[in-house]
Design a binder for this molecule. Structure first.
Ligand SMILES: Cc1cc2nc3c(=O)[nH]c(=O)nc-3n(C[C@H](O)[C@H](O)[C@H](O)COP(=O)(O)OP(=O)(O)OC[C@H]3O[C@@H](n4cnc5c(N)ncnc54)[C@H](O)[C@@H]3O)c2cc1C
Length: 427
């Protein structure tokens, strides 16, 4: 074990879900010293809870899948030495579309008789949807080929608007690349999302003493550079210099380009980082002054391409833009107008609802997950983790072939931790 000050066996960069979970796994089974660095004051990354008081209400990962919830809950429960006074519960979320003043559960999207196309595009669109459904889940052989290609759908077809909405709803970047595999996986994922306070309590994962692993949590430390010298990574943060034998990158590959030399990234990951496009979110948050019955936890206001998240006594309306558009004032103004119209539409549909105060924010947040597996933006055969190098490993939502971020997180965390435990360095 490294005992010299500021010298570690492993440095984990990123304390999001993936970084926190991999640190937990190492804490219980790795014999050595580990430091976890995150530029925020708490664990959680994008799943971190927001605070209205500090006006930091960001469009976070507000919902957790049942699979990820069970994974974290099992880690907590299976270890008797972890704190016992935490009780967690998973509450299935109520996700819906809000179309023409009607609330339609998102579940209906994955049903053949979905009302969504009819409400959007009338009977013709619904007929096309039924036809599309049969092809998509029945006769189409290549489940990874984009539907627009398999079915030869152009921008002008009525079905394009239905596909566009569905792709957007599923959280996938482009309707042109939506394929049956992505659609199936995302629908299943969305249907199993829920809310839980487990994410706020990630620190409980480390509340146990470990004799073999010394774990240091370093918050408000941003990694600025990391360079390989002899057999160590020399890491410079905004606060100090440290060194580590192995690096675990526990955030998206595109963020790694900011602090890590391109030559250190495995080819597949570099390609993914370079080809993905960033997006921003414009958000309008209103505090609920008077509650009303019937509001869902999350609603897609399809006519405005706005998503509303109902959480912690606030309604947060969000609008996604490509990063390039988000530095253009006209585009941002258009987004704010759509957000305001969405709030008005909602209030007119729920006359008892009273909203007050508002805050507007622009968050440069993420890179869209592509719907095309054949594109290099998805790392091929990632389940083999063949891109792991002796001294640098990767984990998080971006590293996996699944369209479900939870699955990618769980698999890459487990692979990363067992690689470290089995392949000890410098012994
Ligand atoms: C708007 C939005 C909504 C989403 N909604 C959901 C949802 O409802 N449910 C869901 O399951 N998933 C959702 N996702 C996906 C979700 O974010 C991921 O599944 C999950 O939170 C990602 O975890 P992670 O650990 O891979 O990365 P992150 O949560 O991004 O964690 C990475 C951490 O690394 C830190 N970091 C980065 N660079 C450095 C550096 N140089 N130095 C120090 N620290 C650094 C970051 O600050 C961050 O804390 C959403 C994503 C977005 C963008």
């Amino acid at each position: 074990m490294e005992t010299e000050e500021n010298s570690y066996d492993i440095a984990i960069v990123g304390g999001g879900l993936a970084g926190a979970l991999v640190a937990n796994r190492l804490h219980s089974s790795f014999k050595g010293s580990v430091i976890l660095l995150d530029n925020h004051p708490t664990l959680g990354g994008k799943a971190r809870s927001s605070s209205w008081e500090t006006k930091q209400w960001a469009p976070n990962a507000n919902f957790v899948s049942e699979k990820l919830y069970n994974f974290i809950a099992n880690l907590l429960q299976s270890d008797p030495s972890l704190r016992q006074d935490e009780t967690f519960s998973f509450k299935p979320a109520n996700l819906s579309f809000f179309i023409q003043n009607k609330i339609i559960p998102i579940k209906s999207l994955s049903q053949k008789e979905s009302k969504v196309p009819k409400i959007l595009g009338g009977l013709a669109a619904q007929k096309q949807w039924l036809n599309l459904w049969d092809k998509m889940f029945g006769s189409l052989q290549d489940k990874e080929q984009p539907l627009s290609k398999s079915l030869n759908i152009s921008h002008k077809d009525a079905l394009a608007s239905t596909l566009k909405l569905i792709s957007y709803t599923c959280g996938l970047s482009s309707w042109l690349s939506l394929n049956p595999k992505a659609m199936e996986e995302r629908c299943e994922y969305l249907e199993n999302l829920g809310t839980s306070d487990i994410l706020k309590n990630l620190a409980a994962l480390f509340s146990r003493e470990s004799s073999d692993c010394s774990l240091t949590l370093a918050f408000e430390e941003q990694v600025l550079t990391a360079q390989k010298k002899d057999s160590y990574w020399q890491i410079k943060t905004n606060k100090k210099q440290l060194k580590a034998k192995r690096l675990i990158v526990a955030h998206s590959p595109w963020e790694a380009l900011i602090w890590l030399d391109r030559k250190e990234l495995p080819q597949k990951i570099l390609q993914m980082a370079l080809r993905s496009k960033p997006t921003s979110i414009v958000s309008l948050t209103k505090r609920i002054k008077k509650e009303c019955e019937g509001l869902s936890d999350q609603m897609i206001i399809a006519s405005e391409s706005v998503i509303m998240i109902n959480s912690c006594g606030n309604l947060c309306f969000t609008y996604s833009l490509d990063y390039e558009s988000s530095i253009n004032t006209t585009e941002v103004t258009k987004a704010i107008k759509a957000l305001r119209r969405s709030a008005l539409k909602l209030v007119s549909a729920f006359p008892d609802l009273e909203l007050e105060e508002e805050s507007i924010a622009l968050h440069p947040i993420a890179w869209g997950q592509s719907a095309q597996t054949k594109e290099t933006s998805y790392v091929e055969k990632l389940s083999d983790y063949d891109f792991f190098k002796e001294d640098i490993l990767f984990c998080g939502e971006s590293y996996g072939t699944s369209y479900r971020p939870d699955e990618n997180i769980i698999k890459s965390v487990l692979a990363c931790a067992s690689y470290c435990v089995e392949n000890k360095l410098g012994e």
